[in-house]
Design a protein around this ligand. Structure first.
Ligand code: UDP
Length: 238
C-alpha cells in the first residue's frame, strides 16, 4: 500500500454529528454509521485520533447564559464529551476496531488519562485513540482540544467533520450564490470570521502548520474519499 498523503489524522466530530432525527442526543444507528466511516479510514491505512464534542448533550456557554456558573457549566460540558467518546468507542468496537479513550480529566474507572506517549503506542498498534474532555479546562472548546491534540500527536491534518461540505464565502443555507472555497488561508478564515472552528483553534493549527480539512461527515463514504484526495471539502492552509 502506498503511503497516504495524510497518514495520521485527527478527526474532530461535533457532538451533533451523533444526533438522530428523533431528538436522541446519542442515536445508536447514527453513531454506528459514523463509526463505519472511521473504520473505513482506518482500513485504508490511516492512523486515527478522534476528538468528540459535547454540544448534543451540554454546552457550557448556553448553560451559563441560563444562570449556571460558567466554569461549572464548562466542566459539565467536558463530562458530556466523555459520554460521546464512550458511545463512539462502543460503536467502533462492535465492528471490530480496537480503540482506547483518553480523557483530559482523569477518570480512572472509565477510561485512560491523556498520556501522549501512551497514545503513540496505541496508534502504533493500530488502535483508534479517542480523546475526551477537550483540553481539560473551562473556557475552552473541543475545537481547541482537537487542535492541541493534533499538534501534540504530530497529526498530518485535522479533519473537521460537519454537516456542510466545506467553507463558503457566505452561509449557503441563506445565500443562494454562496461559493465553496477549495482552499482558504488561516488568516482569511480569521479576518473574515468564516465559520470553521473557533479562533484559538485556527491560530494553533496555523502556528503549527496543520492543514484543516472541512468536509461533510453525513455523506456516506466521504471521509475515505476526501482522504484519497477525492470527495468534496475545503482545506484551510497557509
Ligand atoms: N468544554 C470545555 N473545555 C474544553 C472542551 C469543552 O470547557 O476543553 C466544554 C464547553 O462548555 C463546551 C462543552 O464542553 O461547550 C462541549 O464541547 P463543544 O461545545 O466544543 O462541543 P461541540 O460543539 O464540538 O459538540
Amino acid at each position: 500500500m502506498s503511503t497516504p498523503r495524510y497518514k495520521r489524522i485527527l478527526l474532530k466530530l461535533s457532538g451533533e454529528v451523533l444526533m438522530g432525527e428523533g431528538g436522541l442526543a446519542i442515536d445508536p444507528a447514527v453513531t454506528a454509521r459514523v463509526a463505519g466511516e472511521i473504520a473505513d479510514a482506518r482500513g485504508a491505512g490511516h492512523e486515527l485520533c478522534v476528538v468528540v464534542g459535547g454540544g448534543n448533550i451540554f454546552r457550557g456557554l448556553s448553560a451559563a447564559a441560563k444562570g449556571i456558573e460558567r466554569a461549572t457549566a464548562d466542566y459539565m460540558g467536558m463530562l458530556a464529551t466523555v459520554m460521546n467518546a464512550l458511545a463512539v468507542q462502543n460503536a467502533l468496537e462492535q465492528i471490530g476496531v480496537e480503540t482506547r479513550v483518553q480523557s483530559a480529566i482523569p477518570m480512572a474507572s472509565v477510561c485512560e488519562p491523556f498520556i501522549r506517549r501512551r497514545a503513540e503506542r496505541h496508534l502504533a498498534k493500530g488502535r483508534v485513540v479517542i480523546f475526551a474532555a477537550g483540553v481539560g479546562s473551562p473556557f475552552f472548546t473541543t475545537d481547541s482540544g482537537a487542535a492541541l491534540r493534533a499538534a501534540e500527536m504530530k497529526c498530518d491534518a485535522l479533519f473537521k467533520g460537519t454537516s456542510v461540505d466545506g467553507v463558503y464565502d457566505a452561509d449557503p443555507k441563506k445565500v443562494a450564490t454562496a461559493t465553496r472555497y477549495e482552499t482558504v488561508t488561516y488568516d482569511s478564515v480569521l479576518s473574515q470570521n468564516l465559520k470553521v472552528m473557533d479562533a484559538s483553534a485556527i491560530a494553533l493549527c496555523r502556528d503549527n502548520d496543520i492543514p484543516i480539512v472541512v468536509f461533510n461527515i453525513r455523506d456516506h463514504g466521504n471521509l475515505a474519499a476526501v482522504l484519497r484526495g477525492e470527495g468534496v471539502s475545503t482545506t484551510v492552509t497557509n
